[in-house]
Every structure is written in C-alpha cells, then in structure tokens.
Ligand binder design. Structure first.
Ligand code: ZN
Length: 222
C-alpha cells in the first residue's frame, strides 16, 4: 500500500446537490481513510432493522408520515460518533440545516473534537440533468454508457456484448428536479454557514468519478 500522507483530515462533511456524486465520493473517501461513512438514511435504516429504541422511534414517526425530527437525528448522530468521535468520519446527507450544523459543532466540541474539512461538491442542476438525459444502458450485460460523456464505440451498440443500447428508465428528471427544489431550501444556507468557518473547500464536481475522487483526495490531504 502507498505511504499515506500524515496531514490527512479525518472529520469530514460532504455537501452537494442530488446527483453531485456526494454519496459515492463519501463512500470512497471513508474507505480510503478507513473511517465510517455516516449517512443518516443508512443509520436510520440500520437502527430500525436492529429494533433499537431509536429505531422504534424512527419507525413510528415514518409510519405516521411525519419526518424524523432534528432531535432524533441528532441522538442518532451522537450515538454513532461515540464518546470521542475517533478515528474520524465522513458525513453525507447530514447536517441538513444550519441548526443541525450548530448541533454537530456542539457534539464535537463536547468530545474535544471539531470538523477538519467541509467539502462542497458544486455541480449545477443543468449538468446533472445532462448526465441523466444522455445515459444509456445495455439490457443484456448491464454496462452503462453516456451519449456524449462515455459513448459506445459503435452508435447504439454495446461494446461488450453487441446488444442494442436503451435509454435508462429509472432516471426520472421530475424526481431529480423535485429533490433539487428541496436541496435549494437548505443546501446554499449550509454552504454559507460553513464558508464562514475554517476548513471549507469547494470544487467543481462536474467531472468524471475518477477526477472527482482525485480532487476530493487532494482536498483531504491539503
Ligand atoms: Zn452489453
């Protein structure tokens, strides 16, 4: 294994709109740093599956159609941070509000810790839409292409198995736009909040996955 730089940051929050690549970048980075990837959605599902007190509470509120409260999310996060927030973490999908960001600062402060890095993966909705609109899949072997970003060698034909490529059905633009509307209500405020703090970095995330990983790693080791 390659020598790891010593200046790595290990307490990290990733911000970015739907389709920015935040989730996959967070999973990649957490693995590379050997720290937990903390997604509140995954944590909630795990607690519900385990039937813990928190899980039962979360299940009750989602069953009644309510959103899981800030308070419950924070207790979940506190439980996963442990007593000392070591050896680090990569948060993805949390915090979602400035109030949650302030609470996270407080939770870390209580553990004599703090965030090392907040990374904003900046990509405009139009770019995410373009990615989705051009996406093609092979119904036979499952390989994914893109009309302009990753075209097959022969138009409309899978490089691997020769089957006719299809537009992917699961890529719903309306769902994406709705999720961006929701993100627009809290994302920019959080970016503004963290911009005022130290350890904020921003990057153009309208790049390939490999390029994004390289940029994320550069910011983590800067
Ligand atoms: Zn194929």
């Amino acid at each position: 294994m390659e020598a790891q730089p010593t200046g790595k940051r290990r307490r990290i929050v990733l911000l970015g709109g739907p389709g920015s690549g935040k989730g996959t970048a967070a999973a990649w980075l957490a693995k590379k740093l050997a720290v937990p990837h903390l997604s509140t959605g995954d944590m909630l599902r795990a607690e519900i599956a385990a039937g813990s007190d928190l899980g039962r509470e979360a299940a009750a509120s989602t069953a009644s159609g309510r959103l899981v409260s800030d308070d419950l999310v924070l207790r979940l996060v506190a439980a996963h941070l442990g007593k000392d927030a070591a050896p680090g973490f990569v948060f993805d999908g949390f915090p979602r509000t400035v109030a949650q960001a302030e609470s996270l600062d407080r939770l870390l402060h209580e553990r004599a810790s703090r965030l090392d890095l907040v990374l904003h993966l900046d990509v405009p909705l139009a770019a995410v839409e373009e990615r989705i609109v051009g996406r093609l899949g092979c119904p036979s072997c499952g390989r994914v292409y893109h009309a302009t970003r990753m075209p097959p060698k022969k138009d409309g034909v899978c490089d691997v198995c020769g089957a006719a490529l299809q537009k992917r059905k699961d890529d719903n633009l309306e769902v994406l736009r709705e999720r961006w509307k929701v993100y627009g209500e809290w994302g920019p405020r959080l970016v503004a909040y963290y911009r005022r703090h130290g350890g904020f970095a921003e990057m153009d995330a309208d790049v390939t996955a490999e390029e994004l990983y390289a940029k994320v790693w550069e910011a983590t080791t800067a």
